[in-house]
Design a protein around this ligand. Structure first.
Ligand SMILES: Cc1cc2nc3c(=O)[nH]c(=O)nc-3n(C[C@H](O)[C@H](O)[C@H](O)COP(=O)(O)OP(=O)(O)OC[C@H]3O[C@@H](n4cnc5c(N)ncnc54)[C@H](O)[C@@H]3O)c2cc1C
Length: 393
């Protein structure tokens, strides 16, 4: 075997493809009974494979500029072409996000695994990597007991730390730190945040969507959950909120509950005589129905002053107290520091060992960016291993 790939997610399998297409003998080992489990889960709610926006905008979505170099080796359009070669057509949704026509990950993964195996890639499941032996071999716990391997090149594609039950449990962090590498802690990204809701809010409104609201000029939707707020409108802010919470103990955000209405119009609507209408009906007529009215009440218990109610609804302050645990997040921040990696994603301190995917210290919002960069980094690492082995000859 020439190249050992540890981790059979999108990054590891793309690395396997790149190395085997160059004629190398490739073995992929994964801890789980089957590969690509997080990829399959990503497909459950509609697999957002990539995004159709222009590449110069696409590359700006990432927390680290070096991701742009990976995307030169696999652009979002090339990823769509790649899916098509595997028999999976994609389409651009109204938001510009790109999905497979069947929305699922399973047909793509099935067809890809068939092609990889036909190309000679060997895949071993239930092979959990457990670090290095004293002599630098890779140790695996397998159904047949401990096995050690000493390949010519290794690509680690172990994922981040979210949804650990799908295989990426972040246990590798300590093993890499043990080899002297800088690996910032894995932290929740694209995650929910905790808010100290009143009992009424928790009991009556948990699970309710907040549609067409704005945070800092960005319009979208989130959900009031028992613990706080979650959903696509909150996720893109996760890095900043996380940092603010870390620095000051909380992050203050402001919601515009009715971005389509000016403050003046809303004040005028709320100032109209209520007549025989209940307060709830009166607020509802002005657009503050159900959960939106409840949110205003959370921060302004006395709703008698129309101007204050309107001002609160347009700029509703909420204090986020903590991010939700990493295990619940869509993705993770932190991981192997870029300074540890050369341009081929080889660890400078461990020649012949490459990294790929979410285990590297970058983050991005949802929208297909996570998968695209994971695939692209796999290709970079796979090609990097090919050049490394060619140079050794
Ligand atoms: C609910 C959910 C929905 C998502 N939806 C989307 C989406 O629509 N679009 C998008 O772009 N992204 C989405 N993502 C994110 C995306 O799935 C990940 O960013 C991507 O899977 C990362 O790929 P990876 O190959 O780096 O890691 P992973 O997919 O996590 O794969 C890592 C692999 O390494 C294996 N492994 C870990 N440790 C060991 C070990 N010690 N020994 C052996 N094997 C090991 C694991 O079993 C796993 O198979 C979603 C994530 C979640 C949780």
């Amino acid at each position: 075997m020439d190249v050992l790939i540890v981790g059979g997610g999108p990054a590891g399998l793309m690395a396997a493809e790149a190395a085997s297409q160059a004629g190398l003998k490739v073995l992929v080992c994964d801890a789980m009974p089957s590969v690509g489990r997080k990829f399959l889960l990503a497909g459950k709610g509609g697999l957002n494979l990539t995004h159709s926006e222009p590449l110069d905008r696409f590359v700006q979505r990432f927390s680290h500029g070096r991701v742009a170099d990976w995307l030169e080796q696999l652009t979002p359009q090339q990823l769509r072409d790649w899916a098509q070669e595997l028999g999976v057509e994609t389409f651009v949704g109204t938001s510009g996000r790109v999905f497979p026509s069947e929305m699922k990950a399973a047909p793509l993964l099935r067809s890809w695994l068939r092609r990889l195996r036909a190309g000679g890639v060997d895949i071993r499941q239930r092979w959990r990597w457990e670090g290095w032996t004293a002599s630098g071999q890779l140790r695996f716990a397998t159904p047949e007991g401990e096995q050690v391997l000493k390949p010519r090149a290794v690509i680690l594609a172990l994922g981040g730390g979210s949804w650990p039950k799908l295989g990426s449990d972040g246990a590798w962090v300590e093993w890499l730190r043990g080899r002297g590498l800088d690996v910032p802690d894995l932290e929740a990204s694209n995650c929910g945040f905790e808010v100290a809701w009143s009992p009424v809010m928790k009991e009556r409104f948990a699970g309710q969507p907040l549609k067409s609201i704005e945070i800092e000029g960005r319009r979208g939707e989130c959900v009031v959950s028992e613990y706080g707020l979650e959903g696509s409108l909150i996720y893109p802010f996760s890095a900043r909120f996380r940092e603010q919470i870390c620095q000051s103990g909380s992050a203050l955000i402001h919601l515009d509950l009715l971005p389509g209405q000016s403050l003046e119009k809303l004040t005028a609507a709320l100032a109209k005589p209520r007549g025989s209408n209940s307060l709830a009906k009166h607020l509802g007529r002005a657009g503050l129905e159900g959960v939106k009215a409840a949110l205003v009440r959370e921060v302004l218990p006395d709703l008698s002053d129309a101007a204050r109610v309107a001002a609160t609804a347009k700029h509703l302050p909420l204090r986020l107290l903590a991010s939700r645990p990493l295990a619940e997040a869509i993705s993770s921040a932190g991981g192997v520091a870029f300074d540890e990696l050369d341009d081929h994603l080889m660890l400078k301190k461990l020649p012949g060992v490459f990294c790929a995917g979410e285990m590297i210290d970058w983050e991005a919002p949802t929208g297909g960016y996570l998968l695209t960069a994971s695939f692209a980094s796999g290709r970079v690492a796979g090609r990097g291993a090919v050049s490394y082995l060619q140079e050794l000859r």
